[in-house]
Design a protein. Structure first.
Length: 282
């Protein structure tokens, strides 16, 4: 059983990260950009000759402390946790070169009850190491499927973003690649659930699943293309709820409304994988 006081104050290591232009390019490629060789609008994100312009969603991997919940000292059943929600707020354009600092902390813990799991809220501040300026803040909700019933508070729970009625204004299908999780993990997320068939099987999946944050990157690419005209500065933030896993090689269909609401489904299985999405647009 987890110790809520210990988990709320768990010493997550501060991360300093040196960013090079090729790191920004690799991130864009790892979320599937560049698959259309005739789309010149993507070149600033995927080449150093035309850029790079940093994909705003890269905030989720900058200053990333790694799979810290896999540390046995947290008391968490790491095999049964899943990424539930993600939030990003951009304060300044992300640099293509320089050094950033990521400081991550646990901000809340909700006990859903015995056999019902728990919610862990965490937040990461990304600052420029040279100037101290705040670049971005990311927030995560992790569903601890195996850790409910520890006697913690039953709230507050963050409410989901409302979804509009009617048909979306934009729909875009973006393919993922069979080996995409193997690339994406090099951004710093080495949870074996995404690479090892045996670990995936023990977690209840027929094969390794795509990182939730990789799915987020694919969705952010669609928003950047359809709602922002590939202008990185036009995307100021987003939040979403992960509702089902994506398997590498599947096609993600992103449905978007002009006001910034969105959701996504896997075409092959017609399953909604991202829901209650809201993009903050300039």
């Amino acid at each position: 059983m987890i110790d809520p006081e210990k988990l709320l104050n768990f010493p997550i290591p501060e991360m300093r990260q040196r960013i090079r232009p090729q790191d920004a390019v690799f991130y864009a490629l790892s979320i599937g950009m560049g698959q259309d060789p005739l789309d010149a609008r993507q070149l600033p994100y995927i080449t150093t000759q035309k850029g790079p312009v940093v994909m705003p969603a890269m905030a989720v991997v900058l200053g990333h402390p790694g799979f810290w919940l896999g540390n046995p000292a947290t008391g968490v059943d790491a095999l049964r946790l899943v990424h539930g929600e993600q939030r990003i707020t951009l304060h300044r354009p992300l640099p293509a070169e320089g050094e950033v600092i990521g400081r991550t902390r646990v901000t809340g813990l909700v006990d859903k009850g015995e056999g019902k799991g728990a919610l862990l809220y965490s937040e990461k501040e990304i600052t420029d190491a040279a100037t101290g300026e705040l670049l971005a803040v990311t927030g995560s909700t992790t569903f601890l499927r195996g850790d409910g019933g520890f006697g913690g508070p039953a709230g507050p729970v963050l409410p989901p973003n409302p979804m509009p009625e009617g048909v979306p204004d934009h729909v875009l299908d973006l393919p993922t690649r069979p080996e995409q999780a193997l690339y994406y993990r090099l951004n710093g997320d080495d949870n074996p659930l995404h690479t090892d068939p045996e670990v995936a099987s023990r977690a209840g999946f027929p094969r390794p699943i795509l990182h939730g944050l990789c799915t987020l990157g694919v969705v952010a690419h669609a928003i950047l293309r359809e709602l922002c005209g590939y202008s990185a500065g036009a995307l100021k933030g987003l939040s979403l709820r992960f509702s089902a896993p994506v398997y590498p090689g599947e096609t993600i269909r992103v449905e978007m409304w002009r006001g910034g609401a969105f959701r996504a489904r896997v075409v092959e299985r017609d399953v909604v994988v991202v829901n209650n999405g809201a993009a903050v647009l300039a």
